[in-house]
Design a protein. Structure first.
Length: 102
């Protein structure tokens, strides 16, 4: 099981593309960015994945989060590098423990 959260990001800050059409945001996902993989302790199911994904996706600059309970890994893509302390706080809020970068 995996949970993935995509955060739409446009210049206007809405779910609509720069051309004004509403869509899922996949076509407008920013190119590049920073991808970091973290190890999280305690995830055992889809609910765990969703809780961790939801908290991390609220961090400023995060464009996508993919949590995998089976491996304990969370892949985060962001516009700029994230503070490990900010990620740790988000994971703690979800009720799990950040081990560190995987």
């Amino acid at each position: 099981m995996t949970a993935e959260t995509e955060t739409p990001e446009t210049a206007a800050g809405s779910c609509c593309s720069s051309t004004g059409s509403c869509q899922d945001g996949a076509a407008d996902a920013p190119a590049g960015g920073v991808t970091t993989v973290y190890e999280v302790k305690g995830m055992t199911c889809g609910h765990c994945e969703g809780a961790v994904s939801e908290e991390i996706s609220e961090l400023a600059g995060v464009t996508s989060v993919k949590a995998e309970a089976s491996s304990g890994r969370v892949t985060v893509t962001s516009a700029a590098p994230l503070s490990e302390d900010a990620v740790r706080t988000a994971v703690d809020e979800a009720g799990y423990a950040l081990v560190g970068r995987a």
